[in-house]
Design a binder for this molecule. Structure first.
Ligand code: NDP
Ligand code: OCD
Length: 340
């Protein structure tokens, strides 16, 4: 059985969803309440592959909220993720994706040292960040979006915001080795990590956001931002392709300007319907078929019987592993969201 550990995008979102889903006791509560709320299994479902194979899964809501990081409720954030992992293990999930900030909190606060959660000894082999499939999907979206807009990748300047992250660095590796993109602009805050990435790639220009964005034909946003940012469409090149892979979305407001095209990054569509409720809550356009690529990674690992933490640690994602999970993705009927 596979699973996803997820969370909602803000306190406001959580309050609205709790009301709609029939958890009135959560609906009017502030951050303190969510800090002490236990994780819950809120959905059970079956997924069928185009090969005919059928598997069962569960969604575990961790009750983590991004405000726990912005308001320095770090102990609560850590508790949310560890408790959700213990619950996933207790209810028998063999492979579970750590969605959105779950894996970011796990890595940032080095939770591999905390493998004992009350009476549960966490078995990390049962968890995956889902980031290899997410990076693969984002790269395919870049390829497809560029083609639709007539942008030749070998002549393109690509800015990656969150370049030193797990997904961002994998995207850089793919775009460098498979397409030899003309320029890679590397954006993040920590200078040392940017220099390490530049050294690993043997290329890439380190830049701040304001300098990089006006030069870019393509912008990949994969920064771990608890809240989105606004950017002015006028300062961007036309055409410009933006693939926003963040959760919550990195771009707060749609950038409205002719010639600027935004793709919802890291989202896949399955070829068959799935009877679940959860994707309505995060406003997928086709909730019975569309989902986060990290979640799809857990599904693919279950279909393939790869019961291992396929994506783990930070900045270990190779192009070969992206190709392997990509093949499984196609085989079982998943397709990156590519319509502009
Ligand atoms: P990481 O923590 O590995 O990397 C985050 C990156 O963002 C780092 O390069 C970090 O560098 C950078 N960053 C953070 N804040 C800022 C900022 N204010 N300005 C510029 N750069 C910033 O995260 P992941 O790669 O695991 O995840 C990235 C995003 O993808 C997240 O939003 C996550 O929720 C989302 N995601 C989406 C999935 C999907 O299925 N669609 C699946 C998994 C994750 P520095 O700290 O030096 O600035
Ligand atoms: C990718 O990185 C994103 C993964 C996060 C997926 C989140 C999916 C959310 C699904 C809805 C959750 C319903 C929560 C109900 C909360 C009610 C109180 C217990």
């Amino acid at each position: 059985m596979f699973g996803l550990i997820g969370h909602l995008t803000s306190l406001e979102h959580a309050q609205a969803v709790a009301e709609d889903l029939g958890y009135p006791e959560y609906a009017n509560q502030g951050l303190d309440f969510w800090c002490s709320a236990p994780p819950q299994v809120v959905d059970n479902f079956q997924v069928k592959s185009v090969t005919g194979q059928v598997i069962e899964g569960k969604y575990v809501e961790s009750c983590f909220l991004p405000e726990m990081l912005t308001q320095r409720r770090i102990k609560a954030a850590i508790r949310k993720i560890l408790n959700a992992m213990a619950l996933a293990q207790k209810v028998g999930l063999d492979i579970t994706a750590l969605g959105g900030f779950s894996s970011i909190v796990f890595e940032e606060f080095n939770l591999k040292q905390n493998n004992q959660v009350r009476n549960v000894e966490l078995d990390f082999q049962r968890f995956t960040t889902g980031n290899t499939h997410t990076a693969y999907v984002i790269c395919r979206q870049v390829e497809s979006g560029a083609k639709q807009l007539g942008i030749d990748l070998s002549q393109a300047t690509v800015a990656v915001c969150g370049a030193t992250g797990d997904i961002g660095s994998a995207v850089c590796r793919w775009l460098d080795s498979k397409h030899q993109v003309k320029e890679l602009l590397l954006i993040a805050r920590n200078r040392q990590r940017l220099e390490n990435l530049q050294e690993e790639l043997g290329r890439g220009k380190i830049m701040d956001l304001e300098t990089a964005l006006p030069q870019a034909d393509i912008i990949v946003w994969v920064a771990s931002m608890p809240k989105g940012v606004e950017i002015a469409g006028e300062m961007l090149k036309k055409p410009c392709l933006i693939v926003d892979g963040g959760y919550p979305k990195n771009l707060d407001t749609r950038v409205k300007a002719d010639g600027v095209h935004i793709l919802k990054g890291g989202i896949v569509e399955h070829s068959l319907d799935i009877t679940w409720e959860i994707m309505k809550i995060v406003e997928m356009d086709i909730p019975s078929r569309q989902m986060f690529a990290c979640f799809a990674e857990a599904i693919l690992l279950e279909f393939e019987g790869w019961r291992t933490n396929f994506s783990w640690g930070r900045n270990q994602i190779s192009v070969n592993k992206m190709e392997a999970i990509g093949e499984a993705s196609v085989k079982h009927g998943f397709c990156p969201l590519v319509a502009l």
